[in-house]
Design a protein around this ligand. Sequence first.
Ligand code: NAD
Ligand code: TYD
Length: 343
Amino acid sequence: MRILVTGGAGFIGSNFIRHLLAKDPDCTVLNLDKLTYAGNLENLADVEGQPRYQFVKGSICDAEFVDEALGMGFDAVVNFAAESHVDRSIQDARAFIETNVLGTEILLDACRRRRVPRMLQVSTDEVYGSLGPRGRFTEQSPLSPNSPYAASKAAADLLAHAYFHTYRLPVIISRSCNNYGPYQFPEKFIPLFITNALADEPLPLYGDGLHVRDWLHVEDHCEALRLILKRGREGETYNIGSNSERANIDVARLVLRGLGKPDRLIAHVTDRLGHDRRYAIDAGKLERELPWAPRYTFEAGLLETIRWYQKNESWWRRVKDGDYRQYYHRTYGDLARPRPQSG
Ligand code: NAD
Ligand code: TYD
């Protein structure tokens, strides 16, 4: 299997590439990533140089470049490339529309023209909007996105669906709940709280802290995606979740307990605009059809993640300082417009 992974230098994409290379000895991966502020090739330093892995810098919004890359011939495309942080989308939605909507359309179109046998669009439960105290999202739940980020992901999902319906493009959509684990950019809730607590800095908890998220370890997400890629049905959508609903304030307390730090580091701050109250996923379809089951409990996975950030302080310090952006230039040189290489 030759697989093109877009956005593979980010949090989930880099974990997915490592997971795939370890699990499927026959697969080769080309990682196509624009290296935005969230893309960090250090996340893949341990697979760099493996003959089954290659990286090329480029954007999914560059139609000519994407078409040329796909011309190399792939058995599957997995699209992680996205702007992914809700708070940034509230500040300015433009990049979200460009990459998440236009970029996905460019990728879908190139997959259609190049007759790629399988495409996986990696999406999110946030497209379903917010839940009240009861109930869970199924694949039949109506799309009701509330943030510009969620709206851009919903638009991409609708385009993927339309390409299946109109052109029979063999595309599958996955919708995961919130992920946590190694290599997550420390602007997101869990790594931000871990790294702030490690530095004895306040943990900025939005509003009353009673917002609920369903937490999935990134390794469990990656295994679900690997199985969906292998055995998922074309034109279908699969929810991915692990029944690990937690209120933000409880997660904050668990992080502090895991580090032996006091609860007084929690600082209640102004709430996020339009903050969704609760997400919860019904992953029954995936569990029955693939089948798939998560391996991590939230408490064990969180503790392991806390230990990872403790052990990898130089990684997150460089990310927080912005120094990680030099890695590409040290490794690949300062190429003006790198082209995909075959092989
Ligand atoms: P991330 O922000 O850590 O990584 C995104 C990656 O995409 C980065 O490497 C970035 O450089 C790259 N990228 C951005 N724009 C690009 C472009 N135009 N062309 C090529 N590459 C580009 O995000 P993540 O948390 O790893 O999320 C990956 C995907 O999974 C996203 O599509 C996101 O919507 C989805 N998702 C994330 C979560 C979560 O909890 N993090 C949950 C469900 C779904
Ligand atoms: P986040 O990691 O941004 O994921 P999402 O908004 O996509 O679910 O946030 C997870 C939860 O944590 C969400 O309810 C917002 C909250 N949050 C805080 O309370 N403080 C913070 O500094 C951040 C980044 C998030």
